[in-house]
Design a protein around this ligand. Structure first.
Ligand code: URA
Length: 216
């Protein structure tokens, strides 16, 4: 079955600039500083597509020549919620596009034994009339992604106001995600091959948090 048929909520953003930058990030010789810069740039490019259908309204303005009804974004706009810690690397690119976006954080770590997410922090903006973009570079097992969406839902964010943004996704993770949240759009730069026995994405790029922050 094709990926499009199996994952109708998935959008793979195959723009050449995104693909080029992602290939550099995958390379194990990519330095921390370049990895961080590429993730920033890709997030900005992905943000352009993720926000493509934001509703517009008209505002009366005056250009130097005439008055006109000019389109502006309607409503309270956007919240960017990063899944800590690697999700932080995707925030600034989105804020470059939408400087007035609110920020939230969901702190999860993966229990090394069970591979299940353990929650240690949740701070979210007011959900009223706001599109929530969850950021997490690696959608691997799908457990953290499911948990992060559950946190938003529990805090009053309507399902149709949630989008998930991952740099790289694994089919296994998307299957887990879609068992709970097949109606939530997922945007990624790449649908990779599979997970290995340690739940790392293959070919992937290794541990995104370690590569982003220069830890190990
Ligand atoms: N988290 C990562 O950082 N990388 C993977 O490949 C899987 C989960």
């Amino acid at each position: 079955m094709s990926a499009a048929a199996e994952f109708p909520n998935l959008r793979v953003l195959d723009h050449p600039l995104i693909q080029h930058k992602l290939s550099h990030m995958r390379d194990k010789s990519c330095s921390t500083v370049r990895f961080r810069q590429f993730l920033h740039e890709i997030s900005l490019l992905m943000g352009y597509e993720i926000t493509r259908d934001l509703p517009l309204t008209n505002e009366r303005i005056e250009t130097p020549l005439v008055a006109m009804d000019a389109p502006v974004i309607a409503g309270k706009k956007v919240a960017v919620v990063s899944v800590l810690r690697a999700g932080l690397g995707m925030v600034e690119g989105l804020l470059d596009l939408m400087p007035s976006a609110r920020q939230g954080h969901i702190g999860l770590y993966r229990d090394p034994e069970t591979k299940r997410p353990v929650e240690y922090l949740v701070r979210l903006p007011n959900p009223a009339d706001r599109l929530f973009i969850l950021t997490d570079p690696m959608l691997a097992t799908g457990n953290s992604a499911v948990h992060a969406v559950d946190v938003l839902l529990k805090n009053g964010v309507p399902r149709d106001m949630i989008r998930f943004m991952a740099l790289v996704a694994a089919p296994e993770g998307l299957r887990v995600f879609n068992q709970q949240h097949a109606d939530i759009p997922v945007f990624t730069a790449s649908l990779d091959s599979h997970l290995n026995e340690h739940a790392y994405i293959v070919p992937g790029l290794g541990d995104a948090g370690d590569r982003l922050f220069g830890t190990k």
